[in-house]
Design a protein around this ligand. Structure first.
Ligand code: NZQ
Ligand code: ZN
Length: 390
């Protein structure tokens, strides 16, 4: 196990009855709030009205940043920064999923600099401070509520890039599983796949002696495999929504990857699909992951993939470890397709051969020139994986 520092200070207010504490939590940090939200689900569900009522009762002023897109765009961030600067906003409240929280994070950091916020995403501008952020989570997926990462798209340059800073870790996250009852089936499935992908990106590494982290990963994977289909078929099942929600936070907050070298290969590939085709993140991950695993299956990785099959999908061991590993990959594919109804080919989500080569090259370039980790991937490997996913 490598040396590491684990520090996640986000205060979690989990369960049915914590929204009433919202203003108190905000007042610990600020008094003038920018409420960030997406395309309208928070208005339709009535959550927005409850939030505003709580702020008004407590004399907290607010402005809105509405209409943040799934795969949030730099233009929304710039709109937010303008509102913050014009109104002396001192607290950012993100109400939504990863897209809203990620956008809020760059607003919070971008409001503290004069330069173009896109420079932060490119790593050309250093983040030295940010406005405090709080999150009210409405979909279990990215874990953005409890991590310091943000992923922003620039459709003009066909870039979807991740950046991070300890200054944008949310101060608190209100997580009420009931708020996720209205998440459509497609996004419930995509969110479940995203949680599993984060867990697998942390899990698939070699010889690092992180036994504890791996058993925890298997526990989270089993949790999502158990409760994802229940939430999909019975959207108001509290137990299922609660287990998915809590899994989302722990899959990516640093715990599972502590002490390890991880490459996040599938995320690197998926971000290019989203940058070119604006697809749903979790669906892209579900399509790519089994193809990636099949592509990297070799003498070195076979044991880990077979162990995954045994411990996560309860596949009986045989004397042929390659057979066991292949069964594990089949089980994962089948789970996404049959239990979560995810379209499992790129063609089904509107992606054909046209940009595969370009996207494969961009995957490597945007990842600093290589993808190390479980198995090192070249641009040719990524191209092959994309082709196998068609
Ligand atoms: O925009 P609204 O109307 O709110 O609708 C959203 C959106 O259409 C809807 N939704 C959310 N909560 C709902 C709801 N609909 C009904 N009821 C509710 N309670 O769901 C749709 C998807 O929302 P979005 O926020 O885009 O989903 P998600 O949380 O999956 O976020 C995806 C984004 O996060 C990035 C992804 O790349 C993508 O841009 N990621 C962020 C990460 C991070 N910060 O750590 C890591 C991830 O790997 C990921 O890359
Ligand atoms: Zn993800």
């Amino acid at each position: 196990m490598q040396d590491f520092i684990f520090e996640v200070s986000t205060k979690i207010l989990f369960g049915r009855d914590n929204l009433k504490k919202l203003s108190k939590e905000i007042k610990a940090h600020g008094n003038k709030v920018l409420i960030c939200y997406g395309g309208g689900s928070v208005k339709r569900s009535g959550l927005y009205d409850k939030i505003v009522a709580n702020l008004k009762e407590n004399n907290i002023e607010y402005k809105d940043l509405a209409g943040i897109e799934p795969n949030p765009r730099i233009e929304s961030v710039k709109r937010g920064i303008e509102i913050v600067k014009e109104n002396n906003i001192d607290f950012i409240l993100a109400v939504g999923g990863g897209s809203v929280i990620d956008c809020a994070k760059l607003v919070a950091a971008g409001a503290k600099i004069e330069a173009d916020p896109w420079k932060i995403v490119l790593g050309e501008e250093r983040v030295r401070e940010a406005l405090p952020i709080g999150a009210i989570l409405t979909i279990a997926a990215t874990g953005s509520e409890m991590d310091n990462l943000s992923v922003i798209s620039n459709m003009d340059t066909k870039q979807k890039l991740a950046w991070g800073s300890k200054y944008v870790l949310p101060k608190f996250a209100i997580m009420n599983p009931e708020y996720t009852y209205t998440v459509p089936k497609y996004h419930t499935a995509a969110g479940s796949a995203d949680i599993m992908s984060h867990t697998m990106e942390n899990y698939f590494s070699l010889n690092d002696g992180c036994y504890m982290q791996d058993r925890m990963s298997e526990g989270i994977l089993k949790t999502v495999i158990n409760y994802g289909p229940i939430a999909y078929n019975d959207p108001e099942n509290y137990e299922a929504r609660a287990n998915l929600m809590w899994s989302s936070s722990w899959a990516i907050n640093g715990l599972l990857g502590s002490g390890k070298s991880t490459a996040w290969s599938v995320h690197a590939m998926e971000h290019e699909l989203s940058a070119y085709y604006d697809i749903t993140h979790g669906v892209g991950l579900a399509i790519l992951t089994p193809r990636w695993l099949r592509h990297v299956l070799n003498d070195e990785t076979v044991e880990k993939i077979a162990t995954f099959g045994k411990n996560v999908f309860e596949i009986e061991e045989t004397s042929d470890r390659f057979e066991d590993a292949n069964k594990a990959i089949d089980a994962l594919h089948k789970f996404f397709k049959e239990e979560l109804n995810i379209p499992m080919t790129l063609k089904e989500i509107g992606i054909d051969e046209t940009h595969l080569r370009e996207m494969a090259d961009a995957t490597i370039t945007h990842n600093g020139g290589n993808i190390m980790g479980f198995v090192e991937l070249s641009s040719e490997d990524v191209y092959e994986i994309f082709k196998e996913s068609l």
